[in-house]
Design a protein. Structure first.
Length: 271
């Protein structure tokens, strides 16, 4: 049995729709930017801007590509390029002025347009709004976020703040971090895995892969107790959001839970 045959048996159709060409271009841009920064031809901030656009844009591009393989089939390249450019503009503006983080909110507006057109239905984003599931997502986000704030303030003595940098970080979460994570790790990856494996296996793999992404988050605070705590909370959040998607059939409850949790998380991250 060849390696490709073995991969097809273990992961049948798992990577169907992956925009390999676009991902190769993004990787090349990131590598080129890193080289130019290393040579001193570009400032280090340029690498952070490109990383935001490449990482979050790449995850969303994969999610779009996978969603486009199911009816109604559509061409995901154009929407993928648009979302990557939106993230690049927002990240660039934020490096000059934190108030420019408001441009991140163009990302959920674009995603809403795609969802209303039915193109993200395969990811769990559709016109129907699960009220009960959304309330559960809100409760989950408040519970995890509230517990984290209490532990950070009381147990470890961290100061909780709500200054302008926190608002900028929340805008980043709303436009880049949360949409890319939920659409890819839950809407795309978990959805595909749970059709092939058990719920437990699917949620374990999707959550573990998602943790790797948060470990390289440039906004993750460096305090060891916050890093460990974040991994625990993000793990719980990933499992809960996967269950909410499985139970409700919608990605919206998980998006609500994540937005509320990360709003609390950034209050500590800004310390």
């Amino acid at each position: 049995m060849t390696r490709d045959t073995a991969r097809a048996v273990v992961f049948p159709g798992l990577l169907t729709g992956t925009p390999a060409g676009l991902l190769a271009v993004l990787a090349a841009v990131l590598a080129m930017c890193a080289a130019l920064v290393h040579l001193g031809w570009l400032p280090p901030s340029a690498l952070r801007v490109v990383t935001v656009a490449v990482v979050h844009g790449g995850l969303l591009a994969i999610a779009f590509g996978w969603a486009a393989t199911t009816p109604p089939q559509w061409r995901p390249l154009g929407p993928s390029v648009i979302i990557i450019l939106v993230l690049a503009v927002a990240a660039t503006g934020t490096r000059w002025d934190p108030r420019a983080a408001i441009f991140y909110l163009a990302s959920p507006l674009w995603l809403t347009f795609l969802a209303l057109s039915g193109r993200l239905r395969a990811l769990g984003l559709r016109w129907e709004m699960p009220v009960g599931g959304s309330l559960l997502g809100l409760a989950a986000g408040l519970t995890l976020g509230g517990h984290m704030l209490l532990a950070a303030a009381v147990t470890f003595g961290h100061r909780v703040t709500t200054d302008g940098l926190v608002l900028a970080a929340i805008a980043y979460d709303a436009g880049a971090n949360v949409p890319s994570s939920e659409l890819f790790f839950r809407g795309a990856l978990f959805n595909r895995l749970q059709r092939r494996w058990s719920f437990a296996a699917a949620v374990t793999v999707a959550t573990a892969v998602g943790l790797l992404r948060y470990l390289v988050d440039p906004l993750l605070p460096r305090a060891p107790e916050i890093i460990v705590g974040t991994l625990v909370y993000v793990t719980l959040l990933g499992v809960i959001n996967a269950w909410l998607l499985w139970w409700s059939g919608s990605l919206l409850p998980g998006l609500v839970a994540s937005l509320v949790f990360f709003a609390a998380y950034r209050m500590v991250a800004a310390v």
